[in-house]
Structures are given as structure tokens and as C-alpha cells.
Write a protein of this length. Structure first.
Length: 425
RNA sequence: GGAGAGGUGGCCGAGCGGUCGAAGGCGCAGCACUGGAAAUGCUGUAUAGGGGCAACUCUAUCGAGGGUUCGAAUCCCUCCCUCUCCGCCA
């Protein structure tokens, strides 16, 4: 959420920055609403001060022994009633206006950072760096073909259990998924991350706090009988881990690594990535999440990205790092580095981690602050996958495949998986 | 699901219609004392939003929302949450 003070004092800046994202907002109306809200608030609190004073006087007079039925007291009571009516009226207007303002503000995305390159869509994203040597031979198999041959997973039967876009992992496939999750968690914990395993049913306040609601309700699965949703990413519960808290400055940064299954409706992606493990309604992900002091957030963003990259490097998977342009930025982010892993069969790089800095955007929605002396301020939040597990498996299968039908398991993963190869039966 | 108890500041805990943002304690910070520390003493110590260059000041907040009242942490209603016992259950 954007700062209301900024809305009042510098709406043009908001308009300019949001237009970098390709969003045009009527900031003048917004400013008017914000100003109106503050004016009414001021009038109301001044009236309340008078009412409070009358209340005190009545109390004093009665305690001094004046008859509560006397004209003097009755007159004060009548004045009190008058003010009460006026205050009630103002309160109602104030409520309407501020909920209207809040609704509008909750629907606006974060402002892109200065460093974020301008652009319209993914074509304007910038390549920052490459790692590894991508395999370029022809006739490499797609991962779902490998999966079928080695009996690692079953998507057809999963449609029977659930719908399309679900998978059942089988045999070595299930074992590999489990190995990957443990491997990633251990890698991050060794770097000082605190491991958490959060609930995956989250309430509306949590989804609003991290930015998924109110705008993207159609992207999440909702439990109709409760105020609960299936989380689309561990980012949601981990943000709310510290919702409505003040974190002492000397405890920052807080760095969490959270494994969770993730649930996404993938509305509007009909026909895209219909095969394999790339786009599922349910997938596993290990998420990195930092709560940091504002002055350290930019450096932390680079560090978090490096920590996510370390997984790909340890698994010997070639990748590139992309600096997302303003038009391709997610709702809460002010800048994002995407890690894209090499998928040789498709001869392309695919997103496997999205490392974002959200500045105070989520912190303001979630009311997460830090305090140094008397100075209380919003913290900054950062998140990134480390990594999306299903896509990692897809990349491992495609990159590790051999002409005899087996797949090499990267050395770092062997202790977790228990074998150095996946072999056909 | 049934029965009962309860939700007050960072924590514990008092207040149960009047000047209460809230006693007391713990914790924390500063100062004094000390060679240094402990102990002790003094002072300070919530959040949000307004106004003011500032000192400071106004309003709201005692789980949430409504109600009664000139006045509510205190009374009434609804909801949420926590705890104990019983039932069910991995």
C-alpha cells in the first residue's frame, strides 16, 4: 500500500511512477479524497475535545454536591447530546470516506524503484548475467517424456483424483522431490536462515497484507465455509508471521526459509504449459523471506538473489538472471530479479525464482515496524524462491538426461537422493 | 460438538460508571553511586492520526464491532480468540 501522506503531498510523483508500470491513475481525485478524509477527521476530533470537556464538568459538578437534576447540569447534558449527534454524523462520513480511500489504495501496486528498468512487457526485461553451459544438442527429451519413461510421475491419473494441472509423484520421482526440498532447506539453514513450516490455509488479512488481495482473488483457491484460502506462496504466511509487530532494530534482519506447498488457480493460462511439471495448481516451493531495516534493503536484495542462485549452482543447472522491467513487475515489488533455468529440450530459459524487494509496501499493509530509540518506522520486506521444486525437478531431468535414458543426479544431491542416477527399469 | 473460565501497555497484574492511556511490579534506557561491576536511588519508557519551527498539544485505541450514558477499561448485545474439563480424532 502507498503512503497516504504521499497521496496528499505528492500525488504527481505517484502518477508518474505508476505510469512507468503502464498504469494511469486519477491521482487528483485520490488526493481530494485523502484531503477530505483528513479535514473531517480534524473537525471530528476538535468536537470530541469539547464533548470530553463537558463530560468532565458534569462529573466535577456532581461530585461537588450539585443536584444532577439541577438546571446547570441539565443544560450541560443537553449540550453534550448535541455534540454527540454531530460527532456521530461526522464519524459516519469519515468512515465512508476512509474505507473508500483504503479500498482504492489497496488496489494500487507498489512504485517501481529508480533502478528498475522502464519497459512495457517481458520483451523489455534485461539480462544481467549468465551461469553455466547450457546443453544445446538436438533431440533432447522434454522432462515429461523422461518422467513417463522412468515412471516418476503421473498427470493423467491425477486429473482423475483432482483436475488437470495436478501431479502425483511416484517412486523415484517422489523421492527426488523430497530430496530436493530437504537439500534446499539445509543449504539455506546452513547460511543462517531460520526454517519455518507455516500453515497453508491463510485468512483474508494475511493475503491482503502481502498484496494478493483484494486485487487477485481469482488467482487463489478459497474455502467457502471459512475465512480461509489456500496460500499461493509461503510469502503470505511468512509476512503475517510478524504482522502488527514492532521488531527491535537490533533483531533485524530476520531471514526465514519456508517450505510450503503452493496453490494457484492459474486463471487465464488455458492451453499454456499443459504438460509436465511447469504450471500446476499445486506445487512445492522453498521460499526465502527477509525482514530488514530500510537502509539495508537494497544490499539485502542482492544477497537474497545470490542465496537463491546458490541452489542452482549447487545443482549444476545453467541459468540466467533477469532484471524485470517496470511493466513486468509483480504487484508488491519495486524491483525484481528473476532466475531462469535452462530447459534444453525447449531450448529456452524458464523462470524458477523471482527475487523481489517490496520496500515498505507489504510492511505498511501488514503493519510491521522497527524501533530504534523513540523512532518507529516501517521495515522493508524481500522474498524469493529458493527454489520452485517442481520446476527444479523438470530442469534436473532435462539437463541431466543421457542418451541411454538415464538421468545424472548432481553430486550435491546424491546424499539426499541416495543414488547418483535415475535408471530405466 | 457439549460445559465452564478468561481476553488490560514489551511481560505480569490492579482497576469494575466520572478528571484512567490506565496503580504496582518486572523488563528496558539514561543519570547518580563505584576503580569497575553487582546492589541501590532517581528519571524516563505504547501505537496511530491531526496541529506546531519547536517545546508541546488535540483525537482515537484496555480482543473486534454495535448499544446505553453528559461521561465506559468498567454496564448491555453480537462476534472472534485463548485456556480447562468431556466427547471425537491424526
Amino acid at each position: 500500500m502507498l503512503d497516504q501522506r504521499l497521496v496528499r503531498e505528492n500525488p504527481k510523483l505517484i502518477a508518474r511512477e505508476l505510469s512507468r508500470r503502464g498504469i494511469e491513475v486519477d491521482v487528483i481525485t485520490l488526493q481530494k479524497i485523502a484531503q477530505q478524509q483528513r479535514d473531517i477527521q480534524e473537525e471530528r476530533s476538535n468536537l470530541q475535545a469539547v464533548g470530553k470537556q463537558i463530560g468532565k464538568e458534569v462529573g466535577q459538578k456532581i461530585q461537588m454536591g450539585l443536584d444532577p437534576k439541577s438546571n446547570e447540569v441539565t443544560e450541560l447534558r443537553l449540550r453534550g447530546n448535541e455534540i454527540k449527534a454531530k460527532v456521530a454524523n461526522l464519524e459516519e462520513r469519515e468512515k465512508t470516506i476512509s474505507s473508500n480511500l483504503k479500498e482504492k489504495l489497496l488496489g494500487l501496486p507498489n512504485l517501481p524503484s529508480k533502478e528498475c528498468p522502464n519497459g512495457k512487457n517481458e520483451k523489455d526485461n534485461q539480462e544481467i548475467r549468465f551461469w553455466g553451459n547450457p546443453r544445446k544438442e538436438k533431440n533432447l527429451k522434454e522432462h515429461w517424456e523422461i518422467g513417463q519413461q522412468l515412471e516418476l510421475f503421473d498427470t493423467e491419473r491425477s486429473a482423475k483424483i483432482s483436475q488437470s494441472r495436478f501431479v502425483t509423484l511416484i517412486n523415484q520421482g517422489a523421492r527426488l522431490e523430497r530430496a530436493l526440498i530437504n537439500f534446499m532447506l539445509d543449504l539455506h539453514v546452513a547460511k543462517g536462515y531460520k526454517e519455518v513450516l507455516p500453515p497453508v490455509l491463510v485468512n483474508t488479512a494475511s493475503l491482503t497484507g502481502s498484496g494478493q488481495l483484494p486485487k487477485f482473488a481469482e488467482e487463489s483457491f478459497q474455502c467457502s465455509d471459512d475465512d480461509l484460502w489456500l496460500t499461493p506462496t509461503a510469502e503470505v504466511p511468512v509476512t503475517s508471521l510478524h504482522r502488527d509487530e514492532i521488531i527491535p532494530f537490533n533483531q533485524l534482519p530476520l531471514r526465514y526459509v519456508a517450505y510450503s506447498p503452493c496453490f494457484r488457480r492459474e486463471a487465464g493460462s488455458y492451453g499454456r504449459d499443459t504438460r509436465g511439471l511447469i504450471r500446476l495448481h499445486q506445487f512445492n516451493k522453498v521460499e526465502l523471506y527477509w525482514f530488514v531495516h530500510p537502509k539495508e534493503s537494497k544490499a539485502s536484495h542482492l544477497q537474497l538473489t545470490n542465496d537463491a542462485e546458490a541452489v542452482l549452482q549447487a545443482l549444476e543447472l545453467p541459468y540466467r538472471v533477469i532484471d524485470l522491467c517496470t511493466g513486468d513487475l509483480g504487484f508488491s515489488a519495486s524491483r525484481t530479479f528473476d532466475l531462469e533455468v535452462w530447459l534444453p529440450a525447449a531450448n529456452t530459459y524458464r523462470e524458477i525464482s523471482s527475487c523481489s524487494i517490496c520496500d515498505a509496501f507489504q510492511a505498511r499493509r501488514s503493519s510491521i515496524r522497527t524501533k530504534e530509540g523513540q523512532n518507529t518506522q516501517l521495515i522493508h520486506t524481500l522474498n524469493g524462491s529458493g527454489l520452485a521444486v517442481g520446476r527444479t525437478m523438470a530442469a534436473l531431468l532435462e539437463n541431466g538426461q543421457r542418451s541411454d535414458g538415464s538421468v545424472d543426479i548432481p553430486k550435491a544431491l546424491v546424499p539426499y537422493f541416495g543414488a547418483s542416477q535415475l535408471k530405466p527399469k
